[in-house]
Structure formats: structure tokens, C-alpha cells
Design a protein. Structure first.
Length: 185
């Protein structure tokens, strides 16, 4: 008790604020990780009869234009990535292979997506963030193809991969045409 007779806080306020921020970050990470649990990813065998020759995971490599556009903003990105990565790594203990695969896809996507969104030009930031976002959708759909057993869900995953690949080509073509033409980066 303090001199006024009031109870002393068990945890100092600054530590309590940090704990609240960590809980918020963990809650956000868990929400993001659990959003796609119905899809599926990390098993080595395919339960369907279709040939998924393009089953290798996307590279999550940003185009050079995106990297140039976000240059100099590394410290902000590292802070965001660090919070998300720490929160998500703690969740894999009792996760299924599907959940681990989805989580892995998200963790690979998040860094390049955050790097892309740091571009100063709003059009380029959006385009550069969407490219790895679509790559993440492909990786998550591949989880569904590997781990899922519902033919309709697998068909949706295949369709999603095709649509995302098409979108990535469109985004990259726009970036090649517009970012270089206007000197935006």
C-alpha cells in the first residue's frame, strides 16, 4: 500500500502498456492467421487426382521498381514485421499442418507486402503491396490443394491460383509501363 492507503499496482504502467500492445498485436496476428483456415497448405501429398505441376510456392520477390520505391523506409518496415512475426511464431505450437502452411504463406507474404506499401506514390504503393498479397493467395490456395479433400474446394483453389497469376501479370505490366514512364518510384 502507498501512503494514501491505496494498493500499489502489481505491474508498472509502462510495462502494462507494453503488455497491452503485445496482446493487441497477437490478437491481430491470430485473426489474420485464422481467417484462411478453411483453405489449406503444408502437407507433402496431394489428395486429388489433378496434376498440380505449378505447385511450387511463389517467390514473394518484389519487382525492382517496388524495392526502389520503398528505399529508405526499412526501419518502419522492420518494426511492423517484427511485431507480426513474433506474434505469429508463437501460434504454431498446436497448429495443424494446414494452419502451419497458411501461417507460413502469410509470414512470407507480409514482409514484401509491407515493403511494397512503403512507396511514396500512392498508385505504386498499392500496386507493389498487391503483388505479394496475390502471391500469398496463391501459396494459401496451394495449401488447400495439398491438404484439402473436398473436390469443390480444390476446384476453387485451382481457379484462385489462375486468377491470382493473371492479376500479378496485370499489376507487374502496369508497374513496368507507368512507374518507369512517369519516373515514379
Amino acid at each position: 500500500m502507498n501512503p494514501d492507503g491505496a494498493a500499489e499496482p502489481a505491474v508498472p504502467i509502462d510495462q502494462l502498456e507494453e503488455m497491452i500492445m503485445n496482446v493487441r498485436t497477437l490478437t491481430l496476428a491470430m485473426t489474420l492467421a485464422l481467417t484462411g483456415i478453411g483453405a489449406a497448405l503444408a502437407a507433402d501429398n496431394d489428395h486429388g487426382s489433378n496434376d498440380h505441376g505449378s505447385m511450387q510456392a511463389p517467390s514473394f520477390e518484389l519487382p525492382a521498381t517496388c524495392k526502389a520505391a520503398s528505399a529508405g523506409k526499412e526501419s518502419s518496415m522492420k518494426d511492423m514485421q517484427g511485431h507480426m512475426s513474433m506474434a505469429m511464431q508463437g501460434m504454431s505450437g498446436q497448429a495443424t499442418d494446414t494452419q502451419k502452411g497458411l501461417q507460413h504463406a502469410m509470414m512470407q507474404m507480409n514482409g514484401p507486402m509491407m515493403e511494397g506499401m512503403m512507396a511514396g506514390d500512392p498508385d505504386i504503393a498499392w500496386i507493389c503491396a498487391m503483388i505479394p498479397h496475390h502471391m500469398g493467395a496463391i501459396a494459401m490456395a496451394q495449401v488447400g490443394l495439398r491438404n484439402g479433400d473436398n473436390p469443390e474446394a480444390k476446384k476453387i483453389a485451382e481457379k484462385s491460383i489462375q486468377e491470382q497469376e493473371k492479376s500479378i501479370k496485370e499489376l507487374t505490366a502496369w508497374l513496368d509501363k507507368n512507374a518507369r514512364k512517369e519516373g515514379k518510384q
